[in-house]
Design a protein around this ligand. Structure first.
Ligand code: BDP
Length: 592
């Protein structure tokens, strides 16, 4: 799915800023609400989560529907064009009307959706857009949740921020237009191969050119909507050293006039899992970085470009080369930033929490574990995979798809649930490996789905949730499990989560749990074990920064496993990682 862009043939307008907002309080039939202007509204910022922007406690913890509305003009000269209204994301469900007329709806809170609104808009007066947002989850949605009376119980460890989370844009195209572009790159000897596949409407021809960073056309082709272009001695997209080419696609009328243009950035790089190695451009990569969240003060999960710039700066300072989009697709803007900055991304769907009674599983007391009998997410999960790949397939930063986080991989039915989803992922993209991030109880003897995936991505909390505070015992358990994985199936391992809750400023000469010193000792212990084992090819600390969660007995003002505080101040562990990550090279020295 193409990102909205402004170019010689396409115009772009943003609908971000102040909208009118209100909670839905039984206003009757939802389809009638948009027929007239909303009344008794408050102002709300878009994009943002609404939860932290009002002193009314009902707004913070609202469960159910809310309404957003604003007015806008369409320039007269847009008459006759496709006029596309596009939401970067609405969490978790959005329904849209223009001037009281239904336009579109979308389920899935972290991917974009759009529609041609030219049949609904006026060119001679103001238009009104109304959006209904619903944050209720159930056992058919991705992620899952469950209503308990008037409360929503959800199965993931981050606050259920809601609202219009990402930019709202309107862009134009001609009636015939470039609908989609797929780019796959390869390397053969000194040549870069760019395979492209264009979807376009109309009887036009398509011209495709590759433009380098200096704006020079290095190769082109007019042979149709599908083909390959060769580039001699290409500059590769490398971790930490990104180089982006642009695929300039032009749609041309039989009379030679250009009707539409799209410029898609891409990188030339390859990805392959071979033996215990994860090869990027043929060299064994070592993942250093974090599981993150889109989470900041005030904005909540809302797009926050200032924070994104700061986070990339901190990742570079600390020496990280990668992150995982735990636990949902991040904004398109972040993905573009990662492409540009040469940061490697493991791209995850919002299938988090497919594990009923997860706490019971790890703490004991889970007698009945029947996740796969209870959830009915096959359809929404498949849709989440389709939308993620459609949106992110051309990003060089994305090196692997993670189709779920911590499902009940050791419960009966897991294989049958995941087999078709892994097959679907591979069918949609045969160039990237696929993983399912595993939960601590899914050990080699109990896990039922490890044969389906290409790289073992393990979340492990030895020393925190188990062997709590006892780093000696934790070290033994960790080493023994990681060794057993290799004996079971020779695939590379990335530890995608390991971390300890840490109160910034809480210190002790003897490292006890929750202190900054304990976090340092905890990480050091893990580092020691990773460094002993060749098949461990990456480490992502949980988490980059402290983040908001629902209230509960195991969280004090949110999850405190951040290496940075929520406002991005370093804890002591940040300096340990700064030293380690800046020493550890991005690529493993195979001669060592
Ligand atoms: C893992 C989850 C992550 C949690 C983390 C924790 O993947 O979302 O925040 O544990 O407990 O189970 O800190």
């Amino acid at each position: 799915m193409l990102y909205p862009q402004n170019n010689l043939k396409r115009e772009l307008m943003e609908l971000n800023g102040l909208w009118n907002f209100k909670l839905h309080d039984d206003q009757g039939d939802c389809n009638e609400v948009p027929l007239k202007k909303l009344e008794d509204t408050i102002l709300m910022s878009v994009p943002a989560s609404y939860n932290d922007l009002s002193e009314n406690p009902k707004v913070k913890n609202h469960v159910g529907k809310v309404w957003y509305e604003r007015e806008f003009y369409i320039p007269e000269h847009w008459n006759g064009k496709r006029i596309v209204l596009r939401f970067g994301s609405v969490t978790h469900y959005g329904k849209v009307w223009i001037n009281g007329q239904y336009v579109m709806e979308h389920a899935g809170g972290y991917t974009p959706f759009e529609e041609d609104i030219s049949p609904y808009v006026s060119f001679d007066k103001k238009n009104r857009v109304t959006v209904m947002v619903d944050n209720i989850l159930d056992f058919t949605t991705t992620p899952i949740g469950k209503m308990e009376g008037k409360n929503l119980d959800y199965y993931f460890d981050f606050f259920n921020y809601s609202g219009i989370h990402r930019p709202v844009k309107i862009y134009t195209t001609a009636k015939d237009y470039i609908q989609d572009i797929t780019i796959v790159t390869d390397l053969k000897q000194e040549k870069g191969i760019v395979h492209y596949d264009i979807e376009a409407s109309g009887p036009q021809t398509v011209k495709v050119s590759v433009v380098d960073e200096e704006g020079q056309v290095v190769a082109s082709s007019s042979s149709g909507v599908r083909g390959s272009i060769e580039i001699k001695n290409p500059t590769l997209w490398q971790p930490g050293n990104a180089y982006l080419y642009t695929l300039l696609v032009e749609l041309i009328n039989p009379d030679g006039t250009v009707v539409d243009i799209y410029e898609e950035e891409f990188g030339i790089r390859t990805v392959e899992v071979r033996g215990k190695d994860f090869l990027i451009n043929g060299k064994p990569f070592y993942f250093k970085g974090f599981g993150k969240h889109e989470d900041t003060e005030l904005n909540g999960r809302g797009f926050n470009e200032v924070a994104n710039i700061k986070d990339f700066s901190l990742m570079k300072w600390i020496g990280a080369n990668s992150f995982r989009t735990a636990h949902y697709p991040y904004s398109e803007e972040i993905m573009r930033q990662a492409d540009r900055e040469g940061i490697v991304v493991i791209d995850e769907t919002a299938a988090v929490g497919l594990h009923i009674n997860l706490l019971g599983a790890i703490m004991g007391g889970a007698d009945k574990r029947t996740t796969w009998e209870q959830v009915q997410t096959h359809e929404s999960h498949a849709q989440a995979i389709r939308e993620l790949i459609k949106r992110d397939k051309n990003h060089p930063c994305v090196v692997m798809w993670s189709i779920a986080n911590e499902p009940a991989g050791d419960e009966e039915g897991a294989y049958e649930y995941f087999k078709p989803l892994v097959d679907l992922t591979k069918e949609l993209d045969s160039t990237r490996p696929v993983t399912i991030v595993s939960f601590q109880t899914a050990t080699p003897k109990r896990d039922l789905i490890y044969s389906l995936i290409d790289v073992f991505c393990l979340n492990r909390y030895y020393g925190w949730y188990t062997q709590s505070g006892d780093l000696k015992a934790a070290e033994e358990a960790l080493r023994s499990e990681l060794t057993e994985w290799w004996e079971t199936d020779q695939k590379p391992i990335i530890i995608t989560e390991f971390g300890a809750d840490t109160m910034h400023g809480m210190t002790s000469t003897v490292p006890v749990m929750w202190t900054e010193e304990f976090q340092v000792e905890f990480l050091k212990m893990y580092h020691k074990v990773f460094d002993e084992l060749d098949h461990v090819i990456g480490e992502h600390v949980w988490n980059f920064a402290d983040f908001a969660t629902k209230e509960g007995i195991i969280r004090v003002g949110g999850n405190k496993k951040g290496v940075f505080t929520r406002d991005r101040k370093p804890k002591k562990a940040a300096y340990l990682l700064h030293e380690r990550y800046n020493q550890l090279p991005d690529f493993i020295d195979i001669n060592k």
